[in-house]
Design a protein around this ligand. Structure first.
Ligand SMILES: Cc1cc2nc3c(=O)[nH]c(=O)nc-3n(C[C@H](O)[C@H](O)[C@H](O)COP(=O)(O)OP(=O)(O)OC[C@H]3O[C@@H](n4cnc5c(N)ncnc54)[C@H](O)[C@@H]3O)c2cc1C
Length: 665
């Protein structure tokens, strides 16, 4: 991390300001990063299929689902969707490339994106990570090519976030050497399952494994739910019906009625049932086994976070370009009406979101890089992987997914409003962007539930007991250690101290340092995180000491827990941005990125100014100075705003919005 190094304090306000000349191609290359070629391939595929954005509005549901499937299969033929799979099965053998490809796909129709996510990420990921060679040999080549479609059947109507409590049962019949899969009640039917209503022949089904009367917890099985298009005996499927968006994805419900599948249907990377019915696993603790299994599927979460960030780029590009042309009211002495983008309020609405998008993009790059490293070992992740690194990755992926997808929801709405009535017309893309991205905050882990996972990591310092603990275990664990230990053990504490040492003013650092000094900005976010973390630990401990049950204590402190996780993730996002800018040569691109980085940091502090003031880290004078600085940064960004969104590299053909973007020509 750049900020670990002893960079001298800088106050960019003291430097004379000249509007930087943005080299759009250079900035796009920086954003595209290591996988530029992959992203270009996806852009080309999306442009080739740009008509699908129109089809989404004009076709009926059944026809559009087929259209989406055809596009997905065509994209598979270009290698775009199989980049993360082993080369011996026709994949590209590069996990980082597959993440870059998926993120970029979010520039186009999002039913295509989600169908790709289900087929190659969720279903393919389950076969790859939870299965062994027998499953890889049997299924990978066909699923990578799109010849066989599959689905990922985890969620049930009664249990979504709490996967450990699933009701579907897979009972082992030693005599027949088969598993018998049953849906015991309607709450246990599989629900919302993408690809299930029409296309999937196979399903990765998550069920409670029972062997000889003993339950071993949730395991995954690969089973046929259709053969040659017909639903197999022992399976019932229903369409979920109309949804808010993603009309091209066939979500369905599945019931199992004593479906018999061979013993080899168990995806046996982490557990095995011998023919005679002995259960074997290298991981003794059932909780740990469960979380290790789920942890291998973290890639889906990273993908959805990245997709949210990239879908928001489409909205930002349209809204910023429109505002640069659209005129409304005479605001100056000339007769001409003013461009929307010259209004301070419009700048205040759009530019902090552009800044946040850049920040999240670089934070996502860090998570994707870590995922690539952790998962690029020999074969699927096993228990030998550095466990703490894996836990930290899972928590970071969870936090970035939550912030990235909330950013998408807020940004798309704001951009729609910023385009006025024109934003409401479907041809300008916001109809689909809003409806299709909305659920990103829910699937691949509900955001609030994910932030609790982030907090659990922080509070337990990703300890080796992490996976053995449920929420209540975590409360007991935290209550059992000295509160100072919780804070002391985290890296935040040490980093915070080193930053504090760098800033002028000793204990008054927060009043003395320059607002545009990244060390000051980071110190503020670290102070908030550290303070919140200590506060949560203290409250958990007090609650338990006073005799309350762990559940009651956790529930009372839960909003504080979530706020801490969010503060932690925002700190990581800012660190990623600062670190990225530090790698850029001292030219105009760096000046432009510094403006965005300052804007992200100061709007983040501004948004939580009440907290900083309550905790004595912001005087009212300084708080007002931050708001002034934010507006000043927006004015500085104004001349380069269009370049900054053009650098996202969303192809013009995907922006549609013909009249909106040509306004005034
Ligand atoms: C379009 C779509 C596609 C999907 N595709 C798939 C798929 O292909 N395969 C699959 O397996 N699943 C799929 N899902 C399911 C999805 O993953 C779940 O909807 C998600 O995990 C949330 O579960 P839930 O709906 O049961 O919500 P719940 O878990 O019931 O959550 C409801 C609300 O309660 C809150 N909440 C839950 N627990 C807590 C807690 N402990 N403390 C505080 N608040 C809490 C949440 O924040 C949320 O706001 C899909 C869903 C949709 C809508």
């Amino acid at each position: 991390m750049a900020t670990d190094q002893a960079t001298p304090p800088v106050d960019r306000r003291q430097q004379a300001f000249r509007t930087p000349a943005v080299d759009v191609d250079e900035l796009t290359a920086l954003l595209d990063g290591r996988y530029r070629e992959v992203r270009e391939l996806v852009r080309a595929n999306l442009v080739e299929h740009a008509q699908i954005l129109v089809d989404a509005e004009e076709m009926g549901q059944a026809e559009f689902r087929e259209r989406v499937k055809d596009v997905v299969v065509h994209m598979a033929s270009t290698g775009q969707t199989g980049m993360g799979f082993p080369t011996e099965y026709g994949g590209g053998g590069d996990i980082g490339a597959s993440l870059a490809a998926f993120e970029t796909l979010a520039f186009g129709d999002l039913s295509v994106l989600v169908k790709v996510g289900v087929q190659f990420g969720l279903f393919g990921g389950a076969i790859l990570q939870l299965g062994t060679k027998i499953h890889h040999d049997r299924y990978l080549a066909d699923l990578i090519s799109g010849r066989t479609m599959g689905c990922f059947a985890m969620t049930e109507t009664g249990h979504g976030s709490n996967v450990q409590a699933l009701g579907t049962v897979a009972r082992y019949d030693a005599e027949a050497e088969e598993f018998v899969i049953t849906t015991p009640d309607d709450a246990s039917r599989k629900d919302y399952i993408g690809n299930a209503a029409a296309h999937a022949e196979l399903a990765a089904v998550f069920a409670q494994l029972e062997v000889d009367g003993e339950s071993h917890g949730v395991h995954a099985f690969v089973v046929h739910i259709r053969r040659d298009g017909a639903v197999v005996d022992g399976v019932r499927i229903e369409d979920c019906g109309d949804k808010m968006g993603l009309d091209g994805v066939d979500n369905g419900r599945i019931w199992f009625d004593g479906l018999r599948v061979p013993r080899t249907a168990l995806l046996n990377q982490f557990a095995e049932v011998t023919p005679e019915g002995r259960y074997l696993s290298p991981i003794d603790n059932p909780n740990r086994r469960f979380f290790t299994m789920l942890g291998t599927l973290v890639q889906g979460r990273v993908c959805v976070g990245g997709a949210g960030i990239n879908a928001a780029k489409v909205a930002l590009t349209i809204a910023t370009r429109y505002a640069d042309r659209r005129r409304q009211f005479e605001a100056s002495s000339t007769d001409e009406e003013e461009r929307l983008l010259d209004y301070g309020m419009h700048q205040r609405r759009l530019f902090p979101m552009i800044a946040e998008n850049y920040a999240l993009h670089f934070a996502q790059e860090v998570v994707a890089g870590q995922l690539h490293d952790v998962f690029s070992g020999p074969g699927p992740v096993d228990t030998g992987t550095d466990e703490q690194a894996r836990r930290m990755l899972e928590a970071r992926a969870a936090g970035t997914k939550a912030l990235g997808t909330w950013h998408a929801t807020r940004t798309i709405q704001e951009c729609r409003e910023a385009c006025g009535g024109a934003g409401y017309l479907s041809e300008n893309r916001f109809t689909a962007l809003k409806a299709d991205t909305d659920v990103f905050t829910t699937f691949e882990g509900d955001n609030h539930v994910l932030l609790q996972l982030v907090a659990k990591g922080l509070l337990t310092d990703y300890s080796s007991e992490f996976e053995d603990m449920d929420q209540f275990g975590m409360v007991r664990f935290v209550a059992g250690v000295a509160v100072e230990t919780v804070v002391e053990r985290t890296a935040v504490h040490k980093l915070f101290q080193s930053i504090r040492d760098l800033l002028p003013g000793g204990d008054e650092w927060d009043q003395e340092a320059g607002l545009l000094d990244p060390n000051y900005q980071l110190a503020m976010l670290r102070f908030r995180e550290e303070h919140m973390l200590g506060g949560v630990a203290r409250r958990l401990k007090r609650g338990i000491d006073s005799g309350m049950s762990p559940g009651a204590v956790f529930s009372r402190v839960q909003d504080h827990v979530i706020a801490t996780a969010r503060a932690h993730t925002e700190r990581l996002v800012l660190e990623a941005f600062v670190a990225k800018v530090a790698t850029v040569p001292d030219k105009d691109t760096k000046v432009a990125l510094n403006l965005l980085c300052d804007l992200y940091a100061l709007t983040t502090i501004e948004a939580d100014r009440a907290w900083f003031m309550e905790h004595g880290r912001l005087s009212s004078a300084r708080s007002k100075a931050i708001s002034r600085e934010v507006s000043d940064l927006c004015r500085k960004i104004r001349p380069i705003a269009v370049d900054l969104v053009d650098a996202f590299g969303v192809p013009d053909a995907l922006l549609r919005s013909p009249e909106l973007l040509a306004w005034g020509e």
